[in-house]
Structure formats: structure tokens, C-alpha cells
Design a protein around this ligand. Structure first.
Ligand code: UGY
Ligand code: MN
Length: 247
């Protein structure tokens, strides 16, 4: 079915909205019984890549030498890491440091989101260790004292990490308290509900399944609309000096 060239997807200088009707599947090196939808990467100016991997039962992800974060959207996967076999279901996640051998396979038909980024080491700080956990085990905290906007930080707030991944849950009607403009870039996957996202000088209706990339300093604001909470998973680079080669 076609829709006469209409879509909510939009690619602008400082942001990208990708809606599921425009997703194109591809196979990345090493994937078996698995397809990838690449949402963000260096080809458009991002310093990280994010893709959704869609597995058939028994499917596998390829390897990477970059640090990798994965979050299970649907189904169940097995992560083999440092002699452990970790079973992760919906809401399970893992952080795998750079150059750490591991294997990701699907126990059933599954979807996960994957973030990969070359690590920016600091001479004064040891690189992070692997993390395997579940979102449920992370305590939420309100953003700017707003009890209707709860954030879960999936990675520890430590200098060794050069990026953060959080989930944010907005009760219906809740909104960011300011238009944010900051040096960090974002990769954002809408997980539940919807609302209006301001990106640059445009306001977009967004809902579960949509992906957004925000370049550094892209003006951004979100308000949740509807009768159910809106939830998204959001990546940002941080804890590093803005001069690329400075410590
Ligand atoms: O962490 C953040 O910068 C977050 N508050 N941004 C966003 O939700 N667009
Ligand atoms: Mn932000």
C-alpha cells in the first residue's frame, strides 16, 4: 500500500524524524537471520550509530570493536559475555565495553535497539566494566522535581562512561520544563504513547515506534498528549570536554 508520498518522517540540518513507514531493512556484517534498520550514524553527522535489530528465532548480531549498548524491545535474547550466558527479556539491557568479545543471539523472534560508539578514553579514569541489567531494577527519579516526569538512568553517573542512556516517562499532559539547547546530541526511540516534539523550528506529532536524532544544540521540547503515559529511550554523549582531543 502506498500513501501518495506522504509521511511524518523529516530530515533537516539539525534533526531527523524517522517513522516506521519509512524504515528500510538491511543486513549488517555478521548478522544471521536478522535485519537492521539503521536510524543514525556518521553518514549524517552523528558521532554514534543506533539501529533496531529484528531477529528470527536463532538469529545473531555481528561483532563490533566499538562499545555497544543494547535494550530489548520485544522477545528474548541471550548475551554471551565473559563466560556467562545472560538471558534478557523485554526491558533487559546491557553495556559492553570496547573490544570485549561477546555474542548476541535470539531465543525467539525479537527486536532490540543497539547503540554503538567509539570510546573516548580519559587518561585519569579506568574504562567501564560490562553491565547486564533490567530497566525495572533501576529506581526512577523526577526531572526538575516534576513527579509527572520520571527518568531512569540505565548507566551509572560516572566519568568513565562517555555516554548516557535513560528512559523518560511522561504522564499525560507532562512536558519538558524548558526548550533545551545543549552540546550533547541525542538518539531517541519512542517506546509508548505519544505527544508533540519540537525539533528546531518545527513541531511534530510523534508516537511509539518513531526514532528521532537531534544534533548538538538542536532546540528540543516534548509534551505528552493522550490518555496513556508517553515513554522514550534516549541516548546522549556526555562527560567529555567539547574539544574533541582535549581531556
Ligand atoms: O537528557 C536530556 O537532555 C533530555 N532531557 N532531553 C530530551 O528529553 N530531549
Ligand atoms: Mn536533551
Amino acid at each position: 500500500m502506498h500513501n501518495l508520498g506522504q509521511t511524518r518522517s523529516s530530515h533537516q540540518r539539525n534533526h531527523l524524524l524517522l517513522t516506521p513507514d519509512t524504515f528500510v531493512r538491511t543486513t549488517l556484517p555478521g548478522m544471521t537471520k536478522c535485519a537492521g534498520v539503521v536510524h543514525a550514524g556518521p553518514a549524517m553527522g552523528a558521532a554514534f550509530t543506533q539501529y533496531t535489530a529484528e531477529f528470527e528465532t536463532g538469529g545473531e548480531l555481528g561483532s563490533t570493536s566499538a562499545q555497544r549498548f543494547l535494550y530489548v524491545l520485544e522477545g528474548a535474547i541471550c548475551l554471551e559475555l565473559q563466560a556467562d550466558r545472560n538471558n534478557l527479556g523485554r526491558g533487559g539491557y546491557a553495556y559492553i565495553p570496547e573490544s570485549t568479545p561477546h555474542r548476541v543471539s535470539a531465543k525467539t523472534s525479537s527486536r532490540i535497539t543497539v547503540i554503538e560508539k567509539p570510546y573516548r578514553a580519559l587518561s585519569s579514569v579506568r574504562p567501564p566494566q560490562p553491565i547486564v541489567s533490567t530497566e525495572d531494577s533501576v529506581a526512577p527519579h523526577p526531572l526538575n522535581d516534576d513527579p509527572d516526569l520520571q527518568v531512569r538512568s540505565l548507566l551509572p553517573d560516572e566519568m568513565s562512561f562517555d555516554f548516557a542512556v535513560n528512559t523518560m516517562v511522561y504522564q499525560p499532559g507532562a512536558a519538558l520544563s524548558q526548550v533545551e539547547m545543549h552540546v550533547m546530541e541525542h538518539g531517541l526511540l519512542m517506546l509508548e504513547g505519544g505527544g508533540i516534539y519540537r525539533l528546531g523550528d518545527s513541531w511534530y506529532p510523534v508516537s511509539a515506534g518513531d526514532f528521532i536524532w537531534m544534533a548538538p544544540w538542536c532546540p528540543q521540547w516534548f509534551g505528552a498528549i493522550g490518555k496513556v503515559p508517553a515513554k522514550y529511550l534516549i541516548y546522549k554523549d556526555w562527560n567529555r570536554h567539547p574539544l574533541r582531543f582535549a581531556q
